[in-house]
Write a protein that binds this ligand. Structure first.
Ligand code: SAH
Length: 238
């Protein structure tokens, strides 16, 4: 079994020591059953991935950093704007979005969003776990929930947004991704967008409606479909 992989906020460099909080020390020693001297892989989103060795004692576990295993790399991915859904589907959506390479997650509040967003701390923990598990070198940012149109308009200028519109009229997502440099994806809530929201979205120059096929997908499936298409096009070099 490969060593556990942990995201830490600390700077990583050879010879440095990273202190472990109780939760992480418990995870490594009691859940993963690691003994002193066991290898752990660390990344912090900035310095690449490093080999470390579990050290310290029962009271204060530390990780002693050894050699770098992988240099930091840019991990380009789309921004995903999504309307919060209920747990556990929301956690599933976040996990899969991280695995499929999303660069930033933006929860948007829409008129038909019935679910109050979860605590961002809890969601961020899910995002970090997914990044640890899938060997990413970066952890996507998770924004605080924002109003739909505010979030759309706050995207950096030049961002092209694919709006997953189940009401038809949009080109297949993969066709748009092949033809235009789409950098953001928008998935609606379980109840869909209201006609007014849809109209406001379609009126924006940076927005392109896309279809995800003939069936109505649940929000988390729709996000997965759109991200997989985006990733497939990116992997084949557009
Ligand atoms: N309007 C529906 C379903 C919403 S599905 C209802 O009233 O129940 C949730 C979201 O997934 C939609 O807002 C849309 O963004 C996306 N979606 C689902 N199926 C889709 C499809 N076939 N094409 C494009 N987007 C889709």
């Amino acid at each position: 079994m490969s060593p556990p992989r942990l995201f830490v906020p600390d700077p990583l460099l050879e010879g440095a020591t990273v202190p472990l909080d109780r939760a992480r020390a418990h995870y490594l020693r009691d859940v993963m059953r690691l003994r002193t001297g066991a290898p752990v892989h660390l990344f912090n989103g900035i310095d690449g991935e490093w080999l470390a060795i579990l050290g310290g004692d029962r009271k204060a576990a530390v990780l002693e950093i050894g050699q770098r295993r992988r240099a930091q790399a840019v991990e380009p991915g789309p921004v995903l704007l999504f309307a919060p859904i209920k747990r556990p589907r929301l956690e599933w959506l976040l996990e899969k979005a991280v695995e499929l390479g999303v660069a930033r997650l933006v929860p948007v509040l829409t008129e038909r969003t019935v679910v109050r967003p979860e605590s961002s701390e809890r969601l961020r923990a899910r995002v970090i776990e997914a990044a640890e598990q899938c060997e990413r070198l970066t952890v996507p940012a998770l924004d605080d929930p924002a109003d739909l149109l505010g979030a759309v308009d706050a995207l950096p200028s030049g961002e092209l947004l694919a709006f997953a519109d189940e009401q038809g009229g949009g080109v297949p997502a993969i066709d748009l991704f092949r033809e235009q440099p789409v950098t953001a994806l928008l998935i609606g809530p379980e109840g869909g967008f209201t006609p007014a929201e849809r109209k406001a979205l379609l009126a924006r120059a940076r927005i392109r409606a896309v279809s995800l096929g003939p069936r109505i997908l649940r929000a988390e499936t729709a996000a997965l479909h759109a991200l997989a298409c985006w990733g497939a096009v990116a992997a084949s070099g557009r």
